[in-house]
Design a protein around this ligand. Sequence first.
Ligand code: SAM
Length: 280
Amino acid sequence: MTPIRKIAKAVIPRSLRRFLRARHRGFVFGRAMRRFRKDPEAATRDDSRVIPDLIYGWGNERWSALDEYLKACVRSALTCTGPLLECGSGLTTILIGTVAQQTNNTMWSLEHASDWGERAARYLKKYRIKAVQLWVHPLKNYGAFAWYDPPVESLPNNFAMVICDGPPGTTRGGRSGLAAVMKDRIAPGTLILLDDAAREQEQTMAMRWSKELGADYEVMGTRKPFIRMVLQTKATAAALPKVRRAGRAQSAAPPGPNDTRTAPPQKAPSDTAVPVSILR
Ligand SMILES: C[S@@+](CC[C@H](N)C(=O)[O-])C[C@H]1O[C@@H](n2cnc3c(N)ncnc32)[C@H](O)[C@@H]1O
């Protein structure tokens, strides 16, 4: 801590410090969003401060996606021509929603926690992002696992890209519901970006999905690894060897602070409890 920060900490009451930090985060977020909206591609360059500023400004660093994953999502979304699916809303919803809006694409975002859903909805409204259908509903008990409870029949059946960053790791079955519930809605060629690849749970799941869905995958990122998986088309399935696993981070990276996420104990998900809600 710098001497100035030390002095500030000693003389400024904690509540005021919190208030000032919140104002500062808000200012930084607004400025970075203006830059992001102007040129999302430029924001993904190595020397750009836009994405780190957005992460700081969003103010949920322990849980939100970090820069390598966010940049990969933005880059892929910029060239994606089919509908986008997101599991777990947050900063990703706002950024990828912005890209979807600018590329005339559509995005579905699934969220189980009403408070986080409300936050995402507030920002979607603030930035007039209409390309996102945000679906907020408690997790459903599917027996072996719990997962989102989307209106499957109303969803596109050709999602071209999935941002898989939820539900939280403490959920029964982790994120396994994606393949089980959505397999008819994701098509050959679909790109899945799965965050938190340092966790054993995600690695095991990627291996399982690669068999169940016929997918090729690699581990990307250095500080907080994520998995990039592409569902094989008939042509690639014939041409490729079984499963390719690449990337430095595959076995090496120890879990970072972002990999030790803990969530408050969840109530047992139920099929019936809360009325279905679409926010916006
Ligand atoms: C890994 S987070 C998703 C983050 C999101 N993709 C982003 O970039 O901000 C997965 C889920 O955890 C929940 N969550 C987010 N922040 C949280 C927090 N600080 N404490 C508890 N749960 C949180 C939300 O329900 C969210 O959908």
